[in-house]
Design a protein around this ligand. Structure first.
Ligand code: HEM
Length: 154
């Protein structure tokens, strides 16, 4: 793993990410755009899962908000991978970065378990509340961990 990360750090793309001030800033801005789309869509959906605005049809809301959330997540993951290139070994050694990745994995697993299991249409209200509550805790925790990365040493 360490060898792979060291190899990544020496690629031309990694060098560019490290040295290009505006390139790094642009990737960072796209990372934040992805996060905004993901959190904006997912928080609205989670509140509905928790029982808020019950009159709004859940399937229709899911059809609107889930693609936005998935696009945001894919954008955040792609740009996050590019930001990581700036110092792959350094980030891999940071406990907070590892925590962030573990939280992302848990949040994705939570969404997949609902959607590949009963699905929005067939899940019981209790199951929907569980998934919505977990999601409302996990995604903001990922965001906070990401923001705090710039303020912790190692
Ligand atoms: C595999 C996916 C991801 C990777 C590899 C990744 C990686 C990174 C890296 C390397 C940074 C720069 C940290 C620094 O300042 O030193 C960063 C920043 C950040 N990440 Fe991610 N990230 C990913 C997904 C996400 C997601 C899904 C969220 C939110 C839900 C998120 C939230 C943030 C935030 C808020 C920042 C700080 C941005 C800023 O203040 O400019 N990240 N990420």
């Amino acid at each position: 793993m360490e060898a792979l990360l060291s190899w990544l750090a020496e690629t031309a793309l990694a060098e560019w990410v490290r040295l290009s001030r505006w390139g790094y800033a642009a990737i960072n801005a796209l990372h934040v755009l992805g996060i905004s789309l993901l959190l904006g869509a997912i928080v609205a959906l989670d509140l509905r899962l928790l029982g808020w605005r019950r009159h709004l049809p859940l399937r229709e809301l899911g059809r609107l908000l889930q693609p936005v959330a998935i696009f945001g997540l894919l954008l955040a993951m792609t740009t996050g991978g590019l930001l990581l290139l700036a110092d792959p070994n350094g980030y891999a050694e940071m406990p907070l970065f590892r925590l962030k990745l573990a939280l992302i994995a848990l949040a994705i697993a939570n969404a997949l378990l609902l959607n590949l299991g009963p699905g929005l249409a067939k899940a019981t209200p209790r199951r929907l509340r569980l998934a919505g509550g977990l999601s409302l805790l996990l995604w903001p925790a990922v965001m906070i961990a990401g923001r705090f990365l710039a303020f912790v040493d190692g």
